[in-house]
Design a protein around this ligand. Structure first.
Ligand SMILES: *Cc1c(COP(=O)(O)O)cnc(C)c1O
Length: 237
């Protein structure tokens, strides 16, 4: 068994142990910057959901991996001139943060394909340099996106503030949980919380994450090292 395959099995076991009973957590393997050979290795082990940030990089990889039954999650910002490729080939977009891009994806989703699954990205720690909308803008955008027939609004996504303490992570992820509940109370059929990455997936799962997006803890370090000191925090307010 290759080290990567071993790492995948270990991560799956870790997630199974963290997930609440009867509520499996979907692992999205974030393969940005890693070669298609690594994606093939992890797919061979049994992984199906893969996430990519950069549409151009993803397109090249998706071409090279067209023979595999991969579920592709776009987790980065989408420029207007890249939306068609996403509408035609992706299964999920986690990074909706304005109506304009949702409208384009809706118009460009081929009629023979099922609706594109989408999440709205929340700038949960109100960071100036982060993508995503403010919580106060969520309800109107969610209602507009939910009305688009070729999209299926599934829930919310966030990237927690880097170097947050466990308590700060609990606040951010707990807030996401409240926002999802608010959409449900408004009558929207949403049930996805896409939150938690290599460094903070344990807290995210404790706070109700249904999808975690894990890159470096599976494939290895890219060019920076996320803090690793919060992997065992389990409480959520
Ligand atoms: C890179 C990235 C991830 C994965 O990050 P890791 O820390 O490597 O697990 C998850 N979500 C988004 C939006 C990313 O850009």
């Amino acid at each position: 068994m290759s080290p990567l395959t071993q790492q995948w099995h270990q991560l799956k076991q870790q997630l199974a142990a963290l997930a609440p009973p009867l509520q499996p957590v979907t692992l999205i393997a974030v393969s940005k910057t890693f070669p298609v050979a690594d994606i093939r290795t992890v797919h061979q082990a049994g992984q199906r959901d893969f996430g990519e940030n950069y549409v151009q990089e993803w397109q090249t990889k998706a071409e090279a991996l067209a023979d595999l039954d991969i579920v592709w999650h776009i987790i980065g910002p989408i420029q207007s001139n890249k939306s068609r490729a996403v509408a035609e080939r992706a299964h999920w977009v986690h990074s909706i943060d304005r109506l304009k891009i949702a409208d384009r994806l809706n118009a460009q989703r081929p009629p023979q394909q099922p609706p594109l699954n989408v999440c709205i990205e929340i700038n949960i720690a109100d960071e100036a340099n982060k993508h995503g909308i403010a919580p106060g803008e969520l309800l109107p955008l969610a209602q507009q996106v939910a009305a688009l027939p070729r999209l299926r609004l599934r829930g919310l996504m966030c990237v927690a503030k880097a170097d947050s303490s466990p308590r700060e992570l609990q606040q951010q992820f707990g807030h996401m949980q409240q926002l999802l509940a608010r959409l449900q109370a408004a009558g929207l059929a949403v049930d996805v919380l896409s939150m938690g990455m290599s460094a903070d997936m344990t807290v995210a799962i404790a706070c109700g994450a249904t999808h975690v997006r894990v890159g470096s803890a599976l494939f290895g370090q890219r060019s920076y090292a996320p803090p690793n000191n919060i992997l065992h925090q389990k409480e959520c307010p």
